[in-house]
Design a protein around this ligand. Structure first.
Ligand SMILES: NC(=O)c1ccc[n+]([C@@H]2O[C@H](COP(=O)([O-])OP(=O)(O)OC[C@H]3O[C@@H](n4cnc5c(N)ncnc54)[C@H](OP(=O)(O)O)[C@@H]3O)[C@@H](O)[C@H]2O)c1
Length: 264
């Protein structure tokens, strides 16, 4: 398996690091980027991979091409790639570069896949969504799942769903971090140090995530913590009176509308 990684940024490194950890001795990874040779060289040394100054010269040897370059570079990238392809699987992780776009800009019959990872890919803890194009075979699908597993967990969705759920898997971590910042501020107001507040909030979120991961529904866990008429119920009432659920729904909607460049 010969993988050409176009881009050498944070997301490319997440994939490279996860793939190297799979310890597949038959896998050759070649990395290429735009201008930053030092960064490319650092990845080569850290992960024992190969590099290419001009990716056009090595496309022919690749079985799989993964683009972790910015979305804006894709039109040109696919233009340059098209005459060099001979059936390789092409994957992109670029926001908004869906399989419809890929199939329209690559030669007819090219197997394509659009993966939307999230920032936790750096810790191999991404919740990624993905969609495959029309020409992806069952063999390609195994390769795609191996690549997805390198950065965490994954779920196959329709193209529309990948667009719409990026707010939940990709942007909502920022909503959660805002929630944590607010709790840290509240904690500091009661006299603990910022470091203590950070520890209290981080461990609380990690413990709550572990409870969710053990299979309990969020509503069940919420009810476990909430004695009717008790103090947690008083706090939850403030959130409910401020339409917390609707507010989250509106944040998801605004994210999607912005991502699609429309307001409706
Ligand atoms: N970071 C995330 O959490 C996240 C989540 C979901 C999706 N993504 C997607 O992942 C992609 C990369 O994100 P990132 O955070 O890794 O960005 P990044 O750290 O800025 O890295 C971008 C990389 O792309 C290279 N590049 C730029 N133009 C290129 C071109 N024309 N040909 C080849 N390489 C080119 C850059 O090379 P130079 O440094 O040499 O310019 C750099 O190595 C983006 O498309 C983004 O939408 C990222």
């Amino acid at each position: 398996m010969n993988i050409l990684m176009i881009g050498a940024g944070r997301m490319a490194e997440a994939f490279i690091s996860g793939l190297r950890e799979q310890k597949n001795e038959n896998m050759i990874i070649t990395v290429t980027n735009h201008t930053d040779q030092d960064r490319r060289r650092a990845l080569v040394e850290k992960y024992g991979i190969q590099e290419a100054n001009d990716w056009r010269l090595v496309v022919g040897e690749a079985d799989v091409i993964i683009s972790a370059a910015p979305p804006s570079s894709h039109e040109r990238l696919f233009q340059d790639l098209s005459p060099l392809l001979n059936g390789q699987l092409v994957i992109t992780v670029a926001a908004g570069i869906d399989t419809t776009f890929m199939q329209a800009h690559l030669p007819e019959g090219t197997p394509v896949c659009w993966i939307m990872p999230n920032t936790a890919a750096q810790l191999q803890a991404s919740m990624s969504t993905f969609v495959c194009g029309h020409f992806v075979s069952s063999e390609h699908r195994l390769v795609i799942e191996m690549i997805l597993a390198a950065i965490g967990d994954y779920e196959e969705l329709t193209e529309e769903q990948v667009h719409d759920l990026t707010a939940v898997t990709g942007s909502a971590p920022a909503f959660l971090y805002l929630f944590c910042e607010s709790l840290e501020k509240a904690a500091v107001r009661y006299g603990v140090s910022p470091e203590q507040a950070r520890k209290l909030v981080t461990k609380m979120v990690a413990g709550s995530a572990a409870m969710l991961k053990s299979g309990h529904a969020p509503s069940e866990l919420r009810e476990q913590v909430t004695t009717p008429g008790g103090s947690t119920a008083a706090g939850l009432m403030v959130l409910e009176e401020a339409n917390f659920s609707e507010l989250i729904g509106a944040a998801v909607k605004a994210t999607n509308e912005h991502a699609r460049g429309r307001k409706n």
